[in-house]
Write a protein that binds this ligand. Sequence first.
Ligand code: TYD
Ligand code: MG
Length: 454
Amino acid sequence: MREKIRFFCTACGQETLKWGGKCLGCGAWNSMVEQPVSKALPSHRPRGENPAPMSLASIKTENISRISTGSRELDRVVGGGLVPGSVVLVGGEPGIGKSTLLMAAGNAAAACGRRVIYASGEESMEQLKLRAERLQAEYSELYVTPETDAAALVSQVQALKGEILVVDSIQTMSVAELPSAAGSIGQVRESAARMVRLAKETGAVVILVGHVTKDGAIAGPKLLEHMVDAVLYFEGDKHMSFRLLRAVKNRFGSTSEVGVFSMQGTGLKDVENPSELLLAERPLDVVGSVVVPVIEGTRPVLIEMQALLAPTGYGTPRRTTAGVESNRVAMILAVLERRVGLEVSFQDSYVNAVGGIRVSDTAADLAVAVSLASSLRNTRIDRGLAVVGEIGLTGEVRGVGRIEARITEAAKLGFRHIIIPQRNAAEAAARDVPRIKVHPVDTLAAALTATWNL
Ligand code: TYD
Ligand code: MG
């Protein structure tokens, strides 16, 4: 017997028998998703089992043994290894390296005797084998399957007693009960729900791969994020080797962790010292380039900020940015014009955080301003200088967090001078990092003077 289908509005929960482009309940457009309604589906909890409240003290956590993925970076991002019975969603643009990372992680777990099932609806078994060969993955406990039917996959995992399941990708999975195509919101949601149930019932770790749409959301349902225990995003420039894995949600660890990898011929390799890699190709003593220590996750990373100003031909000036927020750059340009008196309003501006990293730390403001000013004046910046500070609308330089970690990282990579906010001066003086001279400033104008005087 075919199961009944109902349609639900994801915005207000309205239930209907027929699909509509507009919800009759709340008027939202494109919010109706289908869902099977069936008595046959097992409930989340076996009947008759009513758990009584327990004292927290009586709950033991020592028997939660985390499973290592063989990568220090990945283990750190998930909070020290994968937790049995948990569901992890790994999102990222196509080609960024999700399959590579998870194949390697699966292999490492298989090497420790865990039974791993890698379900791929995206690639043929031969393609998977080729990738595994590049990664030197060849453990007999690593199984691959082309299964894209969620229910069939669940039975396969149960039959094999799989301990880790990788679903690559959740957008290729479907359930037979729904009429829509794989990848539709209803299918993705229902398939994911089955995987979540599998994890909770069998204690297997389920890793779902999710493709990300251009605006950065995991395609289709943001809903997936609520269903899983951890959400990790893979980011970086596809054409460069550098990759960041960021936890945006984690029920078993901190979300401030970031894993750093580099893509090589034999897969993704952990990067122990990101600053070194990022600064490897930095041109020295040039116009419009300066280094800033930003905080990525819990650690400081040195990033090269580049800027170029060129007179606007006619019309409105272009404002192009890569890796930094364009609104932030527009504000800094306005502050340079009005508070420092630099004429930037008839200049096209290009700002680039080198390495394909998206910088969200406002402590990078000062680096943007200094590199822009350097480009306008056509003045070189000393290669041994790093700058850090947030810029306010009155042209003041505002304090930043974790100043000691930033100064130490700059000193470690051989920087001899660092411009920091006046507000952080006392803290910096108390720690007194050796081999680097600290220049505290309270305004952007003072920061520029200090830069030209080096
Ligand atoms: P992939 O893991 O297939 O990306 P995703 O699953 O996120 O779509 O990796 C894509 C790129 O990585 C591909 O262009 C080739 C490159 N790559 C390497 O450079 N080295 C390797 O060892 C592997 C396996 C892939
Ligand atoms: Mg892939």
